[in-house]
Design a binder for this molecule. Sequence first.
Ligand code: 7PJ
Length: 287
Amino acid sequence: MVAKPEHAAKPAPVLRCGRFTFDLARPLVMGILNVTPDSFSDGGRYLDRERALAHARQMRDDGADLIDIGGESSRPGALPVAEEDELARVMPLVAALATEGIAIAVDTRKPAVMREAVAAGAAMINDIAALTAPGAIEACAGVDVGVCLMHMQREPQTMQAAPSYDDVVVEVRDFLAARAAACVDAGIARERIALDPGFGFGKTLAHNLRLLRSLGTLAAMGYPVVAGLSRKGSLGEITGRSVDERMPASLAAALCAVLHGAAIVRVHDVRATVDALKVWAAVEGGA
Ligand code: 7PJ
């Protein structure tokens, strides 16, 4: 057997998310379901409830391990959403899909949404603000939900104005380490925590590429690393393609992320990503 690269050595063997325990021996695929009028890629497409449910079920059938439901757009320049609007968009889908036995992540920064999502059976809280809102950690402690802690520089409204770091890898790593420690101190089990560098959230193309190459440094902290590059602006910068034409670039990015140590990829194109990862797994499995 070929020795695993040093950077791939340490992620926890499982990720616990409510009633789901994910084996991290193979990469997980998180399918994206945005129920917002203004998300950068699929904004407006899944506002219709039946359509959103059908899309989620399709992603499950295509091999998604988790479905990430978001009711607040966080694309650059996006404005905040009122709590009741976010709840109204997200909760009926969470309740219906969780009841069908699908592992649901809810992409939110709001403690009230977190609490309701958990009560309705959500398996994971995916927070682009890494549970920094007052009451957010408390909403996820004392229950068995998984948490994804993401790094972001500034707020969605201003984050892409002029992202700047002394050392993006060190700053992202230290922030995520501190947030994970805060969660553990609050009683959230280590096996329930995943970390995400937050590609595109207050990062230039150069920052994103350095982080992508350095996912192993993040994985070495001992938590599974989530990578969300699907259809993002950096892929447009590299290829010159519009959002609708970025699927091939997104597949390449997902594969690069896994090769560099990501345990979970957050993607729009589940079926294609699952195929790409199957090829990778077949090659590695034969080694
Ligand atoms: C991310 C996210 C990401 C995590 C969004 C989009 C933009 N959550 N939510 N990681 N991006 N954990 O849908 O691509 O990269 S919103």
